[in-house]
Write a protein that binds this ligand. Structure first.
Ligand code: APR
Ligand code: MG
Length: 279
């Protein structure tokens, strides 16, 4: 890497930025998040992201998805609230009040509806995570909150029109150039996930293993990012810690189990155990 201001986000960084919940906290302390995810064909994406968010300590979670998916999820996630046909509602300008952060994309396939929702989300004052079906080649407006993009190399390839193999040869360069040009935060996923910030800062995550190379684990990360953005003040350490714990939970799980058998929901289930040793 040519950039001089990159460093590994180590366990020590996490320990100095991740804190126990203070005793007088209430649910408002940890923010309300909006998750726009899931279609009738991919209902699991919203479930996995929501589990990642709830197991990471989000104050309140509203899931905007189809009525069919809400019906499937409600029994499994009694902790969440639902906004029926949330993607369409936000696309018509109905962004719920009091939302601290929004994550959009897991399981979404309708480009038009997604773009319409994003227009209103860009205009709203909230932290915004854009993943999976909501990622595409576009430019980003100047706005109040951060825009955080979470592509895997294939998605990043479509966004910047550079082949995935070329990107993999110079992950730092492509992630940082795009972050600086567009004024967004890029989380370029894969082994040693890279976090690139518009101020030129570049962080590398050391955790995670090949058990994560499996459908759904990215959705879990998106939910975790949503929760950390809702409950932490500093955006940089919030998202670096979310990425760190996602991998650390997988690493801890793999100490007793074969990586091949790891589920995205195992990563979420194991989070409280892993976080305990950091409190
Ligand atoms: N080592 C460490 N981490 C890994 C490894 C590895 N070998 N392989 C994968 N990971 C991590 C990535 O860093 C990332 O956090 O697992 C996660 C995988 O995320 P995605 O690639 O987004 O996977 P997925 O959950 O299946 O995405 C769901 O969204 O991205 C689209 O096309 C995708 O439709 C699919 C959906
Ligand atoms: Mg994904």
């Amino acid at each position: 890497p040519q950039q001089s201001n990159w460093h590994v986000w180590t366990e020590e960084h996490v320990r100095s930025t991740f804190h126990k919940r203070f005793a007088g906290a209430h649910k408002g302390t940890f923010g309300t998040g909006l998750l726009l995810a899931g279609t009738d064909e991919m209902p699991g994406s919203s479930l996995l992201a929501a589990k990642g968010a709830i197991k990471s300590g989000i104050g309140k979670l509203t899931i905007g998805t189809t009525r069919f998916v809400s019906g499937i999820l409600a029994g499994q996630l009694p902790e969440a609230m639902y906004k029926h046909d949330g993607l369409e509602a936000v696309g018509e300008g109905d962004v719920p009040n009091g939302i601290k952060a929004c994550a959009i994309g897991p399981g979404l396939t309708d480009q038009k509806k997604t773009d319409r929702a994003l227009e209103h989300l860009f205009a709203a004052e909230l932290q915004l995570v854009i993943d999976a079906g909501a990622l595409k080649r576009r430019t980003y407006p100047k706005r109040k909150g951060s825009v955080i993009l979470t592509p895997h190399p294939g998605e990043f390839s479509r966004m910047i029109d550079v082949s995935a193999s070329q990107i993999q040869k110079n992950r730092f360069h492509y992630a940082l150039s795009y972050a600086e040009e567009q004024g967004v935060i890029v989380i370029l996923k894969g082994r040693y996930t890279v976090l690139a910030f518009p101020d030129g800062c570049l962080l590398v995550n050391p955790t995670g293993n090949a058990g994560l190379a499996k459908g759904g684990t990215g959705d879990t990360l998106t939910g975790m990012l949503l929760a950390f953005l809702c409950s932490e003040k500093d955006v940089k350490s919030a998202i670096a810690n979310a990425v760190y714990f996602h991998g650390a939970s997988a690493d801890s799980w793999a100490q007793k189990n074969a990586e091949r058998g790891m589920l995205a929901s195992d990563v979420s289930e194991n989070l409280p155990f892993v976080m305990k040793s950091f409190e």
